[in-house]
Design a protein around this ligand. Structure first.
Ligand code: TXA
Ligand code: MG
Length: 323
């Protein structure tokens, strides 16, 4: 049985975390699967509950930059980015400090650690009350669509975790941008809630992830979580749809193509920020509706690369990748 905790029960959720239990919590991006990152058994239980490969490291969450930088070593760029974007959907990969308390398994044995300060009042209340680094991968089974509501978390992990703290639907809707500053340069490992152009406005040029379509991409992944097939609904996904058949479910961006068996609108006004908030819920809904109606796949209308469009297209490309 997984407890449903109301938004004002962050203290109770923090006590569960400190006791070694797993508690899903809301952030501005997606729901995270929280665990005390110092506790090796709790961290192992996160990998177990998600069915996540152990070589894929977890992000640690903190209530403020000071708490994060007590575990990792920031340089001037990291401090400038924290100043500009925290709390917010940016994750920084930095060298662990020798005194870092985070369990090695949480970081998959790497000498770096991914840290972030989420912009969500309920998450911040939880992190303050817990007063420990909180490991928080997205609160879904590995490879499946990330959760943007407490109900999505229950669907995927109900029965496997102690509780879910309900903070309502997530405002950003795609995960944080992951930026590696540990290797000297600045390399974006995952497109996410902060567009790369906004990061570059603070620290200058940033290396982009290798485009997913290249074979080299699957061989040279610096970020192990960036495996190709991910965010996968049960139905196959077809990208760049310019017409649609009656046996297809349509993920629409702007005026829907006519004739689909079911339609989910991401953004009528073709606004990528609005579309991001409705992306994962749409994949889930079309998957369920498609199964109910016997449809054969999900067709997706093209989304331009502007703003959060890069993060949206990244998730859609993975959803459509060969399984
Ligand atoms: O928005 C988010 O970031 C959400 C919310 C809950 O905060 N969390 C999330 O965590 O998306 P997760 O575990 O699903 O994704 C973490 C990503 C993975 O792609 C992982 O490989 C990468 O960050 N990562 C974590 N630590 C890393 C490290 N030390 N070096 C390189 N990549 C790392
Ligand atoms: Mg994830």
């Amino acid at each position: 049985m997984t407890l449903r905790l109301a938004a004002d029960q962050a203290d109770r959720a923090a006590a569960l975390l400190r006791a070694g239990d797993l508690v899903a919590f809301p952030t501005e991006t997606v729901y995270g699967l929280g665990a005390d990152a110092r506790n090796a058994r709790a961290v192992a239980a996160v990998f177990e509950a998600k069915g996540r490969p152990h070589f894929n490291p977890l992000i640690c969450h903190f209530p403020d930059a000071e708490a994060a930088f007590a575990e990792v070593l920031p340089d001037a760029r990291a401090r400038a980015l924290a100043e500009a974007f925290w709390p917010g959907p940016l994750t920084l990969v930095l060298p662990r400090r020798p005194e870092c308390r985070v369990d090695l398994l949480a970081g998959a044995g790497l000498d770096t650690l991914a840290v972030r300060v989420p912009a969500h009042p309920v998450a911040l209340a939880l992190l303050r009350a817990a007063a420990v680094p909180v490991a928080g991968p997205s609160a879904n089974r590995s490879g499946q669509v990330s959760p943007t509501t407490a109900a999505h978390v229950q669907d995927g992990l109900g029965g496997r975790i102690a509780a879910v703290l309900d903070g309502g639907p997530c405002e950003v809707g795609v995960e944080s941008s992951v930026l590696d500053l540990a290797a000297g340069g600045a390399a974006l490992l995952r497109h996410g809630g902060v567009p790369v152009e906004a990061i570059e406005a603070v620290i200058g040029p940033v290396a982009r992830p290798i485009p997913l379509s290249t074979a080299a991409a699957s061989r040279s992944l610096r970020s192990p979580g960036m495996m190709l097939s991910h965010y996968a609904p049960s139905l196959p996904v077809r990208l760049e749809a310019r017409e649609v058949a009656s046996d297809e479910a349509l993920l629409a961006f702007g005026p829907p193509l006519p004739g689909a068996g079911a339609v989910w609108q991401m953004s009528d006004a073709r606004d990528p920020t609005e579309a991001a908030t409705r992306l994962f819920a749409g994949l889930r809904w079309l998957d369920a509706e498609g199964a109910r109606l016997g449809l054969s796949r999900i067709a997706v209308m093209p989304v331009p690369m502007e703003g959060l469009g890069a993060a949206i297209n990244d998730r859609l490309t993975r959803a459509a990748a060969p399984r």
